[in-house]
Design a protein around this ligand. Structure first.
Ligand SMILES: Cc1cc2nc3c(=O)[nH]c(=O)nc-3n(C[C@H](O)[C@H](O)[C@H](O)COP(=O)(O)OP(=O)(O)OC[C@H]3O[C@@H](n4cnc5c(N)ncnc54)[C@H](O)[C@@H]3O)c2cc1C
Length: 405
């Protein structure tokens, strides 16, 4: 167990930098320690929040009268190192403990010449949480590279190894995430704000290849290639980080100066992130556009009838809805912008929480915002989009003590 004298607040632990004080904070550094910390809270009936990088959490300003557990295990390894390349498809397995920083994993895989996660470069957070919401970007989703996930089942009190099939990955969701909700943005009675299944480690199945596929038009444009072309994974990672930086969709590396975040990401990768911050902004100072939860709203998935009511020029992509029927995905950013909420929008003058000045979909803390300020901005946007288009946006972050239905 990592020993500390005091406890942090959620403002210390989250990328958006808001949220109240925490009654009990534990950082187990062994597998059994994680299970014991979770079981102890569950047995006592205390609210439990297993936190990773705090990049997908919006927590209320009120004190959290429960236990926050942060897994301090961060080892990344290649289990079949003796015979690392398996079969004609050149599969290599990589295992990472849940507390490992996600981008440390991506950097490790790219350096080792492994293909499969390079498009997910720069997404903040941990390996443990990556599978909860099936992180995705630039044409890749983590679910496609997952072999198995080792979890602690808080209901059966057993360790289970779940296969990719059992994990039910979908657009920003998985069976882990659905165990937390009874309806969109509506917490389940039993397990919230942490799923029934606490992720202990993830084994990825990657491909031994120095090149990867460029799967996204914006990325292809930045690289000067066609969608579908193959390029070095290192070049793809570099381009993804630059495109993300230009939109402020990276975390601010300054957060690693906070004593509660120190040592949670490899120092050389924090240093590289400072290099990227300087290249993008010309300064090493805090960049408030990065004090966010990333995309705050999910892209709505609509029935054909709902989609028919959208303006003709609204973006439309064919998708399969969770019930298996054909549906249409539209762009939350487009709806927000066309409802009149442009980059930098805030409620009132000198608002402490505003939309990012670089990206309509990111709600940001300009330095002194409270969770209530962020919630007020979120509700204003939700109400405005609903008035304009009849679509209620669903938040992507896990909202604790804040109702954004
Ligand atoms: C600037 C920025 C850009 C982003 N870009 C993207 C993007 O491109 N694509 C994307 O998909 N997401 C993106 N995100 C969202 C976020 O980075 C991901 O959701 C990430 O996986 C969250 O990881 P975390 O460790 O920070 O989770 P946290 O915020 O700490 O937790 C989120 C949820 O996961 C649960 N959880 C955490 N660890 C575990 C565990 N070990 N077992 C079970 N449950 C756990 C928590 O209890 C909580 O319910 C972005 C966020 C930011 C701030």
């Amino acid at each position: 167990m990592v020993g500390r004298m005091s406890t942090p607040s959620f403002a210390d632990l989250t990328t958006i930098g808001v949220g109240g004080p925490i009654a009990r904070f534990v950082e187990p550094d062994s597998r059994v320690g994680v299970i014991e910390a979770v079981t102890d809270a569950d047995e006592k009936g205390l609210p439990l929040c297993v936190i990773g990088g705090g990049s997908n959490l919006l927590v209320s300003d009120e004190p959290f009268m429960g236990v926050v557990v942060r897994d301090a295990r961060r080892t990344i390894s290649v289990p079949d190192e003796v015979a690392p390349v398996e079969g004609a498809d050149r599969t290599v397995h990589v295992n990472a403990e849940a507390g490992a920083n996600w981008d440390d994993l991506v950097e490790f895989c790219v350096r080792l010449g492994l293909e499969g996660v390079e498009g997910l470069s720069g997404i903040p957070g941990t390996v443990g949480a990556s599978v909860v919401q099936n992180i995705g970007a630039y044409g890749q989703e983590v679910g496609s590279s997952v072999d198995t996930v080792e979890v602690w089942d808080r209901k059966t009190l057993k360790v289970e190894e779940l296969s990719a099939d059992q994990l039910g990955f979908g657009y920003r969701t998985s069976a882990l995430k659905t165990s937390m909700y009874q309806a969109p943005a509506t917490p389940a009675d039993e397990f919230f704000p942490t799923p029934r299944y606490v992720v202990l480690s993830v084994t990825f199945a990657l491909r031994h290849s120095a090149t990867g596929v460029v799967n996204f038009p914006q990325l292809a444009k930045a690289l000067g290639v066609e969608v579908g072309d193959r390029l070095e994974t290192a070049a793809i990672r570099d381009a993804v980080l630059k495109v993300r930086a230009s939109k402020g969709m990276l975390e601010d590396p300054n957060r690693y100066y906070n004593e509660w975040m120190r040592d949670t990401k490899k120092p050389e990768n924090v240093e590289a992130a400072f290099g990227g911050l300087y290249a993008a902004t010309g300064s090493l100072d805090r960049d408030w556009n990065r004090h966010s939860c990333g995309s705050f709203f999910m892209n709505p998935q609509l029935t054909p009838e709902q989609a028919a009511k959208l303006p003709e020029d609204a973006p439309r992509f064919d998708v399969t809805l969770p019930d298996g029927s054909a549906g249409v995905k539209t762009s939350a950013a487009w709806l927000i912008d066309h409802a009149g909420f442009h980059k930098g929008f805030g409620v009132g003058d000198d608002a402490a929480a505003t939309l990012s000045t670089l990206h309509t979909l990111a709600l940001t803390n300009r330095g002194s915002a409270t969770a209530e300020d962020v919630a007020k901005l979120a509700r204003t946007v939700q109400d405005g989009v609903e008035r304009a288009f009849g679509v209620r946006l669903v938040p992507e972050p896990v909202c604790v003590g804040i109702d954004l239905r």
